[in-house]
Design a protein around this ligand. Structure first.
Ligand code: F6R
Length: 236
């Protein structure tokens, strides 16, 4: 594991964008696993800037997103599809058919999870997975539990995650979905490289995840077992 501690979000964004763009420059047809939330926003901004400056093209790249709320339209401003379109996909040259997010409106959630698992296999697996981390140690929406869930699945969100994310919904908690589709631990651990980014507010949970035991109570702790993990965290 390589842990890069930087001063602030600007430095974190720059280093994370360097790592993701290096992956694409070395292998233009890379499959990138992407995350949403507040932490990657500055990274995506940085990647868009590099594309606009013609330093990189994503024309041959493919992306698969970690998660999506269940029961939300892709056109809904709170959906992760909308987030990805507006913060990254619509500003770079990735062909729309190469940018995959699970369908939060799928009638059969389990079937949608199986479809996504098959898709990742068909793409040849994930070359680099970008992750954030929840205050409770979740990665994707793999919440603290008494076991790790390996396969991509439909999860009931924990109270702490619903409270943390409710601020993004107009009517707060009452609008916030109770379920989400999330990549399980297996596709994340099978990614050839993992890049986890965290702001200064995540110091405590990073300690628990990487200097404590590997436990499903802190889902990110499983990453201690990944052979090519890079963590970029902010000091302030
Ligand atoms: C988002 C995701 C989540 C977030 C985590 C941190 O796709 O999978 O695990 O990475 O909740 O969110 P922020 O960055 O908003 O603190």
């Amino acid at each position: 594991m390589k842990w890069i501690k930087v001063k602030n979000k600007t430095e974190m964004a720059c280093i994370a964008a360097d790592i993701l763009c290096a992956q694409v420059l070395l292998k233009p047809e890379s499959v990138l696993g992407l995350a949403t939330g507040s932490t990657p926003l500055c990274v995506y901004e940085n990647m868009v800037k590099r594309y606009q400056e013609k330093k990189i093209s994503f024309a041959d790249s493919k992306t698969v997103n970690l998660d999506e709320y269940y029961g939300i339209q892709p056109s809904d401003e709170q959906s992760y599809r909308y987030y990805m379109d507006t913060n990254l996909f619509h500003h770079i040259d990735i062909p729309p058919e190469n940018a995959h997010v699970m369908n939060g409106m799928a009638k059969d959630a389990d079937e949608e999870c199986r479809r996504f698992t098959g898709l990742i296999h068909a793409l040849g697996g994930i070359d680099m997975q970008l992750l954030g981390i929840g205050h409770n140690g979740h990665i994707g929406f793999n919440e603290p539990d008494d076991h790790f869930t390996m396969d991509t699945y439909c999860v009931t969100l924990s109270e702490s995650t619903r409270k943390a994310n409710a601020i993004y919904f107009k009517n707060g908690l009452s609008d916030m979905p109770e379920k989400a589709l999330t990549m399980g631990i297996r596709p994340i651990m099978q990614a050839r490289r993992v890049l986890l980014i965290a702001g200064a507010d995540k110091k405590d949970i990073l300690q628990a995840a990487f200097n404590g035991p590997v436990t499903p109570q802190v889902p990110a702790s499983i990453l201690q077992l990944h052979r090519r993990l890079t963590v970029v965290s902010c000091e302030e």
